[in-house]
Design a protein around this ligand. Sequence first.
Ligand SMILES: NC(=O)c1ccc[n+]([C@@H]2O[C@H](COP(=O)([O-])OP(=O)(O)OC[C@H]3O[C@@H](n4cnc5c(N)ncnc54)[C@H](O)[C@@H]3O)[C@@H](O)[C@H]2O)c1
Ligand SMILES: CC(C)=CCC/C(C)=C/C=C/C(C)=C/C=C/C(C)=C/C=C/C=C(C)/C=C/C=C(C)/C=C/C=C(\C)CCC=C(C)C
Length: 611
Amino acid sequence: MQLQRSGVAGTTARERGSSSRVALRCGVNGNAPRVVVSAAHAAPDNARAPGQPGRPCVRASATKTPYPPPTRPLKTDAPTDVEYDAVIVGAGMGGLATAARLVAKGAKVVVLEKYLIPGGSAGHFKREGYTFDVGSSMMFGMGHDGTTNLITRCLQTVNRKLETVPDPTQVVYHLPKSKQFPDGLTVAVWRKYEEFIAELTARFPHEKEGIRQFYDTCWRIFDSLNVLDLKSLEEIRYLLGEFVKHPGACLTLASFLPVNTGDLARKYMKDPELLKFIDIECFIWSTVVSDMTPLINAGMVFCDRHFGGINYPIGGVGRIGEELAAGIEDFGGHIVYKANVKEIVLEQQADGSEKATAVKLADGRVYRGKAIISNATRWDTFETMIGKEKLPKGEQLFRKRYKKSPSFLSCHIGVKAEVLAHEKDCHHIVLEDWDKMDQAGGVIFVSMPSILDPSLAPEGRHIVHAFTPDWIENYQGLSTEEYEAKKQAAADDLCRRLEEVLIPGLREAITYREVGTPRTHRRYLNREDGTYGPIPSRRPFGMLSMPFNSTEVPGLYCVGDSAFPGQGVNAVVFSGFGCAHRVLVDLGMEPAWPAADKLYGKALAAIRDSS
Ligand SMILES: NC(=O)c1ccc[n+]([C@@H]2O[C@H](COP(=O)([O-])OP(=O)(O)OC[C@H]3O[C@@H](n4cnc5c(N)ncnc54)[C@H](O)[C@@H]3O)[C@@H](O)[C@H]2O)c1
Ligand SMILES: CC(C)=CCC/C(C)=C/C=C/C(C)=C/C=C/C(C)=C/C=C/C=C(C)/C=C/C=C(C)/C=C/C=C(\C)CCC=C(C)C
């Protein structure tokens, strides 16, 4: 059910802020003044309940971990003498979401994971009393209303739930000094839409109308998505059903499918610095600027944060994967760890075509399935597990249109709590020079999740997770000593910059530091070059260039950030919802119109090929 609007276009009643309460105060480190809700924001943490204006009351409720990590031992085996409905390669969030939706419909499923934990890049690891999130700690899709809260809904699919803490801000930007902003541009993206709009408008008063029109258009997209029963867009019976139930929403989305965010931004705004701000609003999650970012994705991100979707799971981001994995097993699914899939087996069919029918592990075990689903990147799936010589035409086209995004240099840091004594916001972005935005080491991403959930760090300590885009080439061809020295030097530099802009006294306060490079990401996540995912190599045709779940290899499906709609946990969970639906239809476990489906599939491929 859509929430009632109350007077302010494009906002929900629940998360809408009141601009009448807006006042000015100094930004972090005394930078440009920052507009915040007056008394409410200045009050101590526990002064308000979550969901009320200002910062949430998190500390008191967050000192315990309400759902203890699963105690059941990780399994390294599952029967090989059966044919599964689906064999899934990888227990990242894309693979787990697909498995959850499939087992809930009674499908026989095995998930094969190379590593030791579920969740992939959204997993977590423990060191010296700290629980560190592998990737970013900013979780969209964890709200309670609408249909886009896909993580919450995915957990519900297998009867699981997690206690969460609302993030008071999505992020605080600390952007370069300029003529217009001699002290730097500081903008906080408040949970309440009106508060964020007021803050941005205070920075760019001459763009008041444009700012409103731009973000309100994003709400049109979000509100349209948020009523649909989100499933596979490559299944015609379902899609027509949604058009009949929600014609306005579907037509709105169809009209925005080919549009990129930069197009909309320039339609409404002129100030070059504001347009750069929109670029970084996109860059921090898509790793490309607004011209390369599909508008529908921006609609999701720019509104879910105000709709109540960004919430931190108590106990760490990895709790999501742990609960999903436990739920999948409760429903009879198998998850096999230390299962390194080396080959997707193709078998010749009577008509001469080849079909994916099984996978082979490094240790020789073979798992057979009616559907083979890969949660690995498209590069790893087609070039490593099938073979470059068999690259289908559509995959060749994909490689022309998309390239690998950079990976990250990550510092997982434990600090003395005093150094963050006045910090209230979990996520920050630091950029000192606009020209360096899309360069390695340019943007620093910082999350301090123990501010939201103190159970993540030992008493008297906090976590600082700082990361910045980096390329694997920078760490190759080095001796062990050179590699170690290079990564420590890069981490030292990151900490020095953070100390200058965001956390005075940081280096003195460090009690633990672990550094990961693109090589680490490649090794532990099995992602070619440690990439964060595909990014367009030229201006995309909005969302229409991105492939859905089925592939040109019969029996083989892709899920995760190499499939529509791309990067992001909520995005890959959506791709899991779509993948499971497509597979259920193909296995005859969901009603379908096969003939119409075939024609529609061809039309979609033609649109993609020509876009
Ligand atoms: N805050 C955030 O928004 C956030 C945080 C973390 C991750 N992410 C997103 O998650 C996305 C990735 O999710 P995903 O599900 O697509 O992938 P993933 O990389 O997270 O998971 C893939 C899993 O497959 C496994 N795997 C790969 N090859 C294998 C093989 N040959 N055999 C067995 N297992 C294999 C890996 O070990 C990994 O666990 C990224 O795009 C990123 O945006 C976002
Ligand atoms: C014909 C056809 C096909 C159609 C028709 C029409 C229609 C109906 C349409 C529809 C559509 C749809 C449904 C779509 C959907 C979409 C979606 C769901 C999307 C989603 C998205 C999401 C996203 C993108 C997300 C993302 C996120 C991310 C990436 C995040 C990240 C983060 C980070 C990195 C962090 C940062 C940090 C700091 C700041 C520290």
